[in-house]
Design a binder for this molecule. Structure first.
Ligand SMILES: [Zn+2]
Length: 470
């Protein structure tokens, strides 16, 4: 008997935590943070208190209350008895926070299985973020954290990394990871060989990106197995095929940037290595320098280890690193206390805002909205702002979006939107499902579950915390 338990109903956008049990072996497929669920109760200045262990997370339903899963220090911190874990592993599909971040809370003896590049991205995330209880994926500090506790090194989690097509075993379960194309490298779908038959998990994927052949490898492998069940993402099941593509972003943005005779600012998610490559190539072709920040450098240095990603090194002649204004505001090296900056201050291609303002048309600066105060120093008057991210899809994002537009108006900057999604559209997804043709389908991560019913496949609309027998 194989059981599937979904922590997060069909409509939960992100926060995947799926428990698979087979002959006494229990594994999780992803263990992510649900932004929607967290956003129901918390916001920027109202956060779960780490001073309460995982108490606030459990009380507010951000994580399921199940025994044998969580860190013993966090349980004891909230006055519960620590228990040993009976979970044999987590298979992590990719490094996005809504799939990975709540691994932070998991018992230290639960090994994590993920792609090699996925692990590297998690390392980059850890290097440049301030440690908090919600991002301790790679390692964690035992709580409660007393001042003396800083003397001890953090507790490292056990990771086992894999590459595409290389099967591995977790107890008696054989797992086959197959690469897929998504808006982050190192993304995988899985075929899990259970005692009842093969179970397929798509993770997040798409067909319209630069590496459709990877998703096709996954589809072919899954189809051959004649799966008993498939757990499928459905983020954009309501969307038709469009002309969106990475090539279109490159063409449209090149045209726009060529017309700009002063500073160009671009904003995209640095976890998306294809998008980075798109803007790096545009800069190179137009004889400009792409200016990234020290946080981006952490990611780029990790990407460089994966030869298939074919990215330039941080000291490439078409790249520069922007030194932020800190403490005294005079750019002296003493101003920098964060180790991810301190360790890189000797790089030869570091620039400051005054360097850029001397010759603004020579640069394209990668700048996220949260760093817009840098615009005061970059003086981008009459410049261009390329927004290569999704448009706002909730109220909070709308508010930030309006504020972002105010900055652009203030500096007389032109706004240009150019983006393509990391998720498969409805037309492609329906075709994928028909091709793989599982006996049973469990859609997740979708606002439009009803659209799955139109397929002639037995479909279950999963409910929060409910167990389904295969
Ligand atoms: Zn994702």
């Amino acid at each position: 008997m194989v059981n599937l338990t979904f922590y997060g109903g069909v409509k939960e956008i992100g926060g995947n935590k799926i428990l698979l049990e087979d002959r006494g072996t229990k594994i999780f497929l992803d263990f992510g943070m649900s932004f929607t669920r967290r956003g129901q109760f918390f916001e920027e200045f109202l956060n779960p208190r780490s001073a309460n262990g995982i108490g606030d997370f459990l009380a507010m339903g951000l994580i399921p209350d199940i025994p044998g899963v969580y860190r013993t220090d966090l349980l004891e911190h909230m006055g519960r008895k620590a228990v040993e874990t009976d979970i044999s592993g987590v298979i992590l599909s990719h490094a996005h926070a809504d799939h990975a971040n709540y691994i932070s809370f998991l018992h230290k003896d639960i090994p994590i299985y993920c792609g090699e590049t996925c692990k590297r991205i998690l390392e980059a995330v850890a290097e440049q973020s301030t440690r908090d209880i919600e991002n301790e994926v790679i390692d964690f500090r035992v709580r409660p954290l007393y001042r003396s506790g800083y003397k001890h090194p953090p507790v490292k989690r056990t990771f086992h990394t894999f590459t595409t097509g290389k099967k591995f075993k977790i107890d008696n379960l054989e797992v086959e990871p197959i690469h897929v194309d998504h808006s982050v490298p190192g993304a995988y779908g899985f075929i899990i060989h259970t005692s009842e038959g093969p179970v397929v998990y798509t993770g997040d994927l798409r067909m319209h990106g630069l590496h459709a052949e990877m998703t096709n490898d996954f589809i072919t492998a899954a189809q051959t197995e004649r799966p008993l069940a498939m757990i499928s993402e459905g983020t954009r099941i309501n969307k038709k095929k469009t002309d969106e593509s990475e090539q279109k972003i490159s063409q449209d943005s090149t045209k726009k940037i060529q017309q700009c005779h002063t500073l160009t600012i671009v904003d995209f998610n640095f976890k998306d290595v294809d998008r980075f490559t798109t803007f790096y190539r545009i800069a190179k072709n137009l004889g400009k320098t792409l200016v990234i920040n020290f946080k981006h450098a952490c990611f780029l240095e990790q990407y460089c280890h994966d030869k298939k990603l074919n990215v330039p090194s941080v000291n490439d002649p078409n790249l520069a690193l922007l030194k932020p204004k800190r403490l005294t505001g005079t750019y002296i090296n003493d101003d920098y206390t964060d180790s991810y900056i301190k360790n890189r201050l000797h790089y030869h291609n570091i620039v400051t805002a005054p360097d850029i303002t001397k010759n603004p048309s020579k640069y394209m600066v990668v700048l996220n909205f949260w760093y817009f105060s840098d615009l005061v120093d970059l003086k981008p008057t009459n410049g261009l702002y390329v927004h290569s991210l999704s448009e706002p899809f909730n109220e909070e994002m709308e508010i930030s979006y309006d504020r972002m537009k105010n900055w652009l108006t203030h500096f007389d900057m032109e706004f240009f939107q150019s983006h393509c999604s990391g998720h498969i559209n409805g037309d492609d997804l329906k075709e994928l499902i028909r091709t793989i043709n599982p006996k049973k389908l469990y859609p997740i991560h979708t606002d439009y579950p009803g659209l799955f019913r139109r397929l002639s496949i037995k479909t279950t609309m999963v409910k929060e915390g409910k167990t389904y027998k295969l």
